[in-house]
Design a protein around this ligand. Structure first.
Ligand SMILES: Nc1ncnc2c1ncn2[C@@H]1O[C@H](COP(=O)(O)OP(=O)(O)OP(=O)(O)O)[C@@H](O)[C@H]1O
Length: 226
């Protein structure tokens, strides 16, 4: 569904991604791993059209999307939950969920089945929620737009274990509903639980990739530690 072929991108004259190729198949959860500053967020932003691609191709559902604007990519079905969540602190949970489109009211109940806590918090201001609650809100907001591919940037960063479990269960369910997931994640236990395939990035290159399972798990841990 998503195919990235030999992509170069970066900021002004500095190139961060040096010929990245990867794919996310339908009905799969793909993890991007790598140490700090290797280009993981830049890769996500390049897929979303926030960072301009310099060379290479990005295909989404058999359509070349290199020159599409971020909102056009969202309309095609690419949802995004940024690092830091990007929720509006002054708006209530309900307003945050409806901010993009008032016609999605009927989808809210469906999203509450994944994150029941949000239903209780409907009238609370986004800024008054805990980090874990904000993360659930950010994922719920992306899901309300019924994406085909959900892109998440370190959703469990700084979040307590019980909420990590809620996010893991939600990702399971999201996959069951036919939504593919591309996730930057340092929590390898989470990836082992739900991930299908990983790409390991170093200095803007994919230097290792493979199926995620008990056999590949020690390799993934070693790659992150070296
Ligand atoms: N807006 C920007 N302008 C210029 N350089 C940037 C910008 N954003 C990121 N960079 C640089 O691009 C490189 C890759 O950063 P990126 O945020 O993609 O890495 P990352 O792997 O996501 O790191 P982290 O795990 O710390 O979030 C870094 O050297 C960073 O300093």
């Amino acid at each position: 569904m998503l195919l990235i072929n030999n992509v170069y991108s970066g900021y002004a004259d500095s190139i961060v991604l040096h010929g990245i190729s990867l794919r996310v198949d339908k009905n799969s959860i793909v993890g991007i791993i790598g140490r700090n500053g290797v280009g993981k967020t830049t890769l996500l932003k390049t897929i979303l059209g926030i960072v301009k691609i310099k060379m290479g191709e990005i295909w989404f559902e058999e359509k070349l999307i290199n020159s599409l604007k971020p909102y056009e990519r969202a309309e095609l079905g690419i949802g995004y939950v940024p690092q830091g969540r990007g929720i509006f602190p002054q708006l209530t949970v309900a307003e945050n969920l409806l901010i993009m489109d008032k016609n999605v009211k009927n989808r809210i109940e469906e999203v509450f089945t994944l994150f029941p806590k949000l239903k209780v918090l409907m009238k609370r201001k986004g800024g008054s929620l805990s980090g874990g609650e904000q993360q659930q809100l950010a994922i719920a907001r992306a899901l309300i737009k019924t994406p085909k591919l959900l892109i998440l940037d370190e959703p469990t960063e700084g979040i307590q274990p019980s909420v990590v479990e809620t996010i893991v269960s939600a990702l399971y369910e999201i996959k069951k509903r036919g939504i593919s997931v591309l996730i930057v994640e340092q929590n390898l236990d989470l990836l082992l639980e739900i991930g299908d395939y990983y790409y390991f990035l170093d200095s803007g290159h994919v230097v290792d990739e493979g199926v995620i399972n008990e056999e590949s798990y020690p390799t993934m841990c070693r790659l992150l530690m070296v």
